[in-house]
Write a protein that binds this ligand. Sequence first.
Ligand SMILES: [Zn+2]
Ligand SMILES: [Zn+2]
Length: 306
Amino acid sequence: MTFKVTILGSSAAMPTVDKHHSAQILNVSEQFYLIDCGEGTQNRLMKMGINPLKINSIFISHLHGDHIYGLFPLISTMSLMGRRTKLKIFAPRPFDEIMENHKRYFDIGTGYEIEFCEVRTRENNLIFENKVMEVYSLPLRHNIPCSGFLFKEKTLPINIRKDIVDRLQLGIAQVVALKRGEDIITEDGECITSESVTYIPYQPRSYAYCADTQYSAKLAGLIQGVDLLFHESTFADIDKALAKRTGHSTTTQAAKLALNAGAKRLLLGHFSARYSDTSLLVNEARDVFKDSFEAKEGHTFEIQRY
Ligand SMILES: [Zn+2]
Ligand SMILES: [Zn+2]
């Protein structure tokens, strides 16, 4: 089953010639989830060969323009492309007011329903779930209400070792019982424990998106053991005071968060346009957390099964 994130935009408030406003697309089992939707997102999707009609739901972290300016043209385009299925948009209030006004003046005849799902930015809630995945809100510390998102695969159904089924010629009822966690007695009187013959196919995978935010020690506790963490790092370590004043993080703070959360890999992005050489920023983070990478636009980061 696929579990990968593609970076569509990775700049901070001001875009550059090669960096666009924040947007990412998460593919979980060929269902597409858009995370933030900065200016130009629909063009970035098309460039990456991702059909906007494939988007299942949209998650907006906060109502700063660099995370939302691309949403309204995308909504219109999906209507022109013939979307008929409902689109859920998860966002903090007053997104509903903004959306109402947009629809009143620009999208009077949208051919599909848009459902606003409020994200409470101070709470760590389950906000979405389907058969394979759950999404939790993550309280962040920015200068306006802002939420991160934790995307978690559900625990997979357990499997039974095929060699055991064949050797003992187990019937369907016995296999079902073992998969339910029950022990069984075979016709020969042998006791087979569920634990000894079943296994989870692979560990559920997870991705945390944390932008925009100051360093938050609490956040590490909410994403313990996450496989892949995107954490904003708008500023270099030397600009720590500026980061605090503007509600953002430095490279070193992002790396410290990854370390405290026991993350396996860290993606850094939302870099301020003031830094022309972003490799210096990544190296700063690597001094604290080795598996740090730049969230480069157009790059896809896959979380493998293990
Ligand atoms: Zn931002
Ligand atoms: Zn912001």
